[in-house]
Every structure is written in C-alpha cells, then in structure tokens.
Design a protein around this ligand. Sequence first.
Ligand code: AP5
Length: 215
Amino acid sequence: MRIILLGPPGAGKGTQSKNLAARLDLSHISTGDILRQNVKAGTELGKEAKGYMDKGLLVPDALVAKMLKDRFEQLDIKKGFILDGYPRALTQAKTLDEILKDKKIGIDLVVYLDTTDKVIIQRLTGRLVCSACGLNYHKTNMPPKKEGVCDACGAKLFQRTDDNEETVRKRIEVYKNEVASLIKYYQDSGKLHKLSADGSADLVLERIVELAQGK
Ligand code: AP5
C-alpha cells in the first residue's frame, strides 16, 4: 500500500504516519524529518534548507526533489510507504508522479487531514519531539510520563525551532497558498479522501486505517 498524507502543519501527519507505518508495516517517508536530519548533521543540504525552515517557508523544489529521489532508492520502499510532507505544491505532485513512473508504481490513497488554525496553533506551540527516536509528544495533549524525557527510549525531548507562534502562522499561510491546487489534483485522480484530524490521535488513526483497509 502506498499512501500520501496531506494536511496543514500540526494536523498530525507525523504522529499518524508513525502509527500507521507500525500498524500496516509500511515505511514512513517524512521530508521534514529528512531535512532536519540534514540540518543536524550540518550537510550542504541542511545548511541551505535551515534558513527556509526557520522562517516557515518551503525549501526550494529542486533540493527537496533530489532528496526524495535518493530516499526512493532505499530498499524499504518496496514494502509500501506513507509519504508525509510531500507533495506540498502542484509542482511537487508532478515530480512525485515522475519518480513513481520511473519505479513503475502508483499511489493507492491520498488522505487529507483537515483541522482549524486554532487547533494547529495549540498543537504546534505545545509539541515536544524526542531527540533520539523522533517520537512526538505534546505538553498537555500527549505529555510524556516523565517531564522532558521520551517514554520509548529515555532520550531528551526538545521543541522544534519552527514551532513558535510567529513561524507557525507563516507555515499556515504558505500551506494555504498551495493546498487548493494540490487538493484539486488528487480529487481529479479520484484518490483523495478528506478526514477530520480532530479528536484523539487514536481516533484519527482508526479513521485512516478504516479507509486504507477499504482500498
Ligand atoms: P514538516 O516537518 O513536514 O512540518 P509540517 O508540515 O509543518 O508538519 P508538522 O510536522 O509541523 O505537523 P504534523 O502534521 O506532522 O503534526 P504532528 O503529528 O507533529 O516540515 C517542516 C519544514 O520543512 C517546512 O516548513 C519546510 O520548510 C520544510 N519542508 C518539509 N517538506 C517540504 C517539502 N516537501 N517542500 C519544501 N519544504 C519542505 O502533531 C503536532 C502536535 O500535535 C504534536 O505535539 C502531537 O503530539 C499533537 N497531536 C497530533 N495529533 C493529535 C491529536 N489527534 N490530538 C491531540 N494532539 C495531537
């Protein structure tokens, strides 16, 4: 199964992708995570991407496309995947089509997780991420058992540099500028399903699993 998760920042794409990947034994491809790993490792890509990410802007298409093509060369892709954070614009959807065409595979399902700006801001300004395994927490919605420490691996939790309110508002604006054409593109393909991202993470997961199992 090959799934794209679309939705505004903070809709829960990362949280749901990780849970869904475990549940359906799929690979999780997050362009945001790959970019952050590059920033952390101080690669040329990371150095170039950081300025855009800290401002809440999209990293230029050519950089992200190259990164994605490299990711698609890894073997775990063969078992199926969930794509989180890509595509974010029509140009990216077309690049993805080309990559998939080369690999002679297609997308089965596009899930659009929808929520309000109020929910997004509450979720993102309270998000905490594990510095080792990348698991997501939230100060009030999903707090770790021990403050500042990951339940799963015991590493320290941190707040992303782009999770301050000003940058979150910019990310929402960038998202809104691009999303309509992307939604139309996948609606026309008959693969898009819109779901509410509100309610508990478990509840949202069940909504997605139900859709995926109906495919
Ligand atoms: P990226 O990392 O992809 O960020 P995003 O799209 O802004 O999405 P987020 O990771 O912020 O949110 P999410 O939907 O994954 O929510 P999460 O599950 O964490 O991208 C970051 C940056 O990288 C971009 O701004 C851009 O610069 C660059 N980039 C990435 N991809 C790119 C591309 N294709 N092209 C160009 N540039 C690109 O949940 C959020 C919080 O809410 C968590 O704390 C979580 O615990 C909590 N939560 C989740 N679900 C629920 C729930 N149901 N109820 C209560 N709380 C919940």
